[in-house]
Design a protein around this ligand. Structure first.
Ligand code: NAD
Length: 365
């Protein structure tokens, strides 16, 4: 399905011998072949950031609003690669179809890759690349904002004041200073979240990670030897590990039971880290005092779309939304201008590198 370019890829501007490269991609790769990329789950901001970042590279995007799954995979016909986000379904069946269509690459415009069957991708020799760190600051800052929101109840105050209700009853919070925050996972996002909470708020930050970071001490983060130790100590538990077979439902009846009564739980990582039924039980008992979540285990049915005039059929999701002390956002933590620019530039750089060398530093295997 690929065409030869019509000579549109040049390193210098016409008429100038010493002009700077038109974009930073051209400085790296002199690319002659037109790559066609099917961008699934496109929203306006994806279209804008990718279109802006692609200038000068010989890449053509087809922007598709729907998510990738068994029914929509055919839309990738005639493309070299598919570009996916967190809720696209890229299982063995979809990969088989992609392979039949001649798709060679999957460019994830996110860090997590739990939605791609990597062994099936390897079987069909479809290379998978991701954007490992588009803006850990974006997610860390959002996480801290989410903690502040559920602890100090900004969202409730906003609604009240707009309706002319200036009563403070029901808005009682607690200081973060002096509290213990438990971080599950201290990769790029967990570390920054810990740094802000420790250095900025004066929290005690205790973390659990099977691969401790040498930066943790400098950021004011101490490690618990076992997850249980963290769960017993933390006033606020925040999740920052990836969703894998080992971490699926890491928050369950057992681990919730080990947390302090009145604990605050924050999840800006992946919905599948929490057994939602167990969380609902803990909320009903009052064992968990507040929850902030940017992700939900079956979010793909609702997130990134306007469902305001539709009935919610997922009763578990509806129950969660009904709690006065659950604050939910729709997988928004990454959404900053800086992150979108980084996502677009890294995605394009990954694709160019895969096309020209068959490899790239952000390959997932
Ligand atoms: P990262 O790979 O830098 O760090 C993940 C850390 O989790 C690693 O240090 C790893 O050792 C640790 N870990 C693995 N298994 C663990 C376990 N069982 N217990 C404790 N720690 C464990 O990832 P990151 O960039 O910090 O991102 C973390 C997660 O945030 C991603 O996996 C992704 O799911 C999520 N994320 C969400 C958004 C959003 O918009 N809500 C945006 C970006 C990333």
């Amino acid at each position: 399905p690929r065409e030869q370019s019509r000579g549109s890829s040049t390193v210098t501007r016409p008429g100038t011998e010493t002009a700077k490269p038109q974009s930073f991609y051209q400085a790296v790769i002199y690319q002659r072949v037109l790559m066609k990329i099917a961008v699934y789950g496109t929203r306006k901001y994806d279209n804008e950031s990718l279109t802006q970042a692609v200038a000068g590279a010989n890449i053509e995007f087809t922007f598709i609003e729907t998510l990738l799954d068994e029914l929509t995979v055919q839309l990738a016909d005639g493309h070299d690669a598919v570009c996916l986000f967190v809720n696209d379904v890229c299982n063995a069946e979809v990969l088989k179809h992609l392979n039949n269509l001649g798709v060679k690459f999957i460019a994830l415009r996110c860090a997590g890759y739990n939605n791609v069957d990597l062994s099936a991708a390897a079987k069909y020799n479809i290379k998978v690349a991701r954007v490992p760190a588009y803006s850990p600051e974006a997610v860390a800052e959002f996480t801290v904002g989410m903690i502040m929101t559920v602890v100090r109840k900004y969202h409730k105050a906003y609604n009240r004041v707009r309706e002319g209700n200036f009563l403070l009853d029901g808005l009682l919070g607690f200081n973060l200073h002096g509290k213990t925050v438990g971080l599950i996972g201290t990769g790029k996002i967990g570390l920054l979240t810990g740094k802000i909470l420790s250095k900025g708020f004066g929290c005690t930050v205790v973390a659990y990670d099977p691969f401790p970071s040498p930066l943790a001490a400098e950021y004011g983060i101490e490690y618990a030897e076992k997850l249980d130790d963290l769960l017993k100590r933390a006033d606020i538990v925040s999740l920052h590990c990836p969703l894998t077979e080992e971490t699926k439902y890491i928050i369950n009846d057992n681990t919730l039971g080990k947390m302090k009564g009145g604990v605050v739980l924050i999840n800006t990582s992946r919905g599948g880290l929490i057994d939602t039924y167990a969380l609902i039980r803990a909320l009903k008992l009052g064992h968990v005092s507040a929850v902030g979540m940017d992700v939900y285990e079956r979010e793909s049915t609702y997130f990134f779309a306007d469902s305001s005039a539709k009935v919610i059929h997922d009763d578990v999701f509806a129950r969660l939304l009904s709690f006065y002390n659950v604050f939910m956002t729709g997988h928004q933590a990454f959404l900053t201008q800086e992150a979108l620019t980084n996502i677009a530039e890294t995605t394009i750089s990954n694709l160019l590198s895969l096309e020209s060398t068959g490899n790239c530093p952000n390959l997932v295997s």
